[in-house]
Write a protein that binds this ligand. Structure first.
Ligand SMILES: Cc1cc2nc3c(=O)[nH]c(=O)nc-3n(C[C@H](O)[C@H](O)[C@H](O)COP(=O)(O)O)c2cc1C
Length: 225
């Protein structure tokens, strides 16, 4: 089995989500010693944001798969026939996007360090998720709506946030971090998603400690399979 470990915090060694995601990986390796692990640090080496070039590459692969209908199909076909000008930086962007997608597609388990920044996820993590939103690979359009294609994976999110946003909190409606991740992974078919969470870490050192201990206790119960 293969595990993909993703971090996205900009806080380096002080990062709570990095500490938690690393603990998740150690725990899962303990429960399954043969587990292969690959690592991507999105803060150190961000994947490119979406661009005209990455959009065109996605449309082209849809067209080639025969699922791009109507006027858009004609536009892409015409652009392909003209031979789009070779722009090396754009090719690098497209290649980096597809490497990130392939890493995800080949993983059985994905562990994601995901801090809350400004009520959502870090933009670096959002750019990575944009790489995963690949029609024909992680979801497909059908006559009855979109269908997820990545359902066999397990996702574990190591979530950290300065305040409190769980269901009982009056701030719950401002959580666009965990709710976004649940929605996205649900959309691509993943039902096995677990959040381990350290909340209120900026409300004082005692709460920070309590939150870490509670998250680490949950991590100690995780299993790779
Ligand atoms: C840029 C930035 C934005 C943040 N925005 C929020 C926020 O909207 N809500 C919140 O509760 N905490 C916020 N925090 C606090 C972090 O969620 C908290 O420090 C958490 O531990 C971050 O994870 P990390 O330590 O892995 O980076 C923010 C921190 C940073 C650095």
């Amino acid at each position: 089995m293969k595990l993909l470990h993703i971090d996205s915090s900009i806080s380096g060694a002080q990062s709570v989500s990095r500490q938690l995601s690393a603990s998740v990986v150690i725990r899962l390796k303990d429960t399954l010693p043969g587990l292969g692990v690959s690592y991507r640090d999105l803060a150190a080496e961000p994947v490119p944001h979406q661009s005209p070039a990455t959009r065109f590459a996605k449309l082209k692969s849809l067209y080639e798969a025969g699922v791009l209908a109507g006027e858009m199909g004609e536009v892409v076909a015409a652009a392909m026939q003209d031979g789009a000008p070779v722009d090396t930086s754009a090719q690098d962007e497209v290649a980096a996007t597809s490497v990130a997608l392939d890493e995800f597609l080949t993983a059985d388990i994905v562990v994601i360090g995901a801090p809350m920044y400004n009520f959502g996820i870090p933009s670096q993590l959002k750019a990575w998720i944009d790489c995963l939103a690949a029609p024909g690979k992680t979801f497909s359009y059908t006559a009855t709506g979109a269908k997820g294609l990545a359902g066999s994976k397990k996702v574990i999110v190591a979530s950290s946030r300065g305040g409190f946003y769980s269901a009982s909190s009056p701030m719950a409606f401002m959580d666009h971090q965990e709710t976004f991740l649940s929605s996205f992974f649900g959309f691509i078919g993943i039902t096995d998603i677990t959040f381990v969470r350290a909340e209120g870490v900026n409300t004082g050192p005692e709460q920070r400690q309590r939150a870490l201990e509670s998250a680490l206790a949950e991590i100690a119960l995780l299993k790779a399979a």
